[in-house]
Design a protein around this ligand. Sequence first.
Ligand code: PLP
Length: 392
Amino acid sequence: MDINKHYLELEESYLFSTIAKKINEFLKNNKTADIIRLGIGDVTLPLAPIVVEAIKNAADEMGRQETFKGYGPEQGYMFLREAIKKYYTRKNVFLDVEEIFISDGAKSDLGNILDIFSLNNTVLVPDPVYPVYVDTNIMAGRKIIYSNANETNGFLPLPEDKIKCDIIYICSPNNPTGAVYTKDGLKKWVDYAIKNDAVILFDAAYECFIKSEDLPNSIYEIEGAKKCAIEFCSLSKTAGFTGTRCGYTIVPKELVRQNSMLNKFWLRRQTTKFNGVPYIVQKAAEAVFSEEGQKQIKENIQYYSENAKIISDTMDKLGIWYTGGKHSPYIWLKCPNNMTSWEFFDFLLKNAEIAGTPGSGFGKNGEGYFRLTSFGNRERTVEAMKRFIKLF
Ligand code: PLP
């Protein structure tokens, strides 16, 4: 018996445990402290009423002999795939339903997709970034190289001809930086991928926060992307499904490498290792894509977006450099007075009783930066920004 030793190469993630420890210590020494948590990466508003209704109706169906459902199609029910197909046409992206695979969220598929790629591939990951891309490849033993996201490129790195890689991760709008690629920026990546026979794994988990018609919600808005990109999306942030669990992955039929359609590989992988998302959850997701559902979820997105604006307006007022906040729930700011990420964490906690997330936890280029999120309560966000203004 030989273990997968690559697991020993994983770096322990102390980020959120250290944050919790520091907050607890602070509370122990400051019994009356009123800490505002702006580090939260989870949604806080409840599911839309139409979604709750769909869940109840589907539960009733499951309880009746005539409408009971057992195993469903591994790739998802046709009603939901059709609804997603229609959702994409709003941006003039035309998909075949067979290119749409329903998942229990983007995180699982972002990890699972690696099954269809050789271990010999070199992976290009932006730094800083959502840690799942790095850890899933370390577990498999793939070689990882990094593209530097920094203040100079607005945390939106572009391809460099001298760098050779096979799998490219792009997250836009980005977690943690909130930065969003323009169509021109994404086109450069698509051209690079086609030229180098690489495949882009495009994480669109935060696409619903994009408010400008000119910014791409999907990589397939870029010409040629169907030949080189797989897209991952999620209802987690779109519709508050972080605890309900539903997402989707698009593998275009035009994506062919070494005479094989990756769509066929992914279908085979899913039908072998996955037994589908619960019917009840898929009915809930279908409700999200209905006209009324879209109206209802937009109210929640609007709420978070207004929180983000309150935070970014404050940064503007104070002259603090940041990315995000406009088409994203994340505000990624440069720590004032050249503080390191953790120094700023301690400073903010001690002097304003605000807890955020140190940027250094997302990669070495995150050092000196700090992530605030807009998923909190309105009054608390306003109060936090008042404290910020007083402090700076
Ligand atoms: N991708 C990014 C960039 C995220 O930040 C997250 C969650 O925070 C996910 C994917 C995971 O989404 P899901 O809840 O659908 O697994």
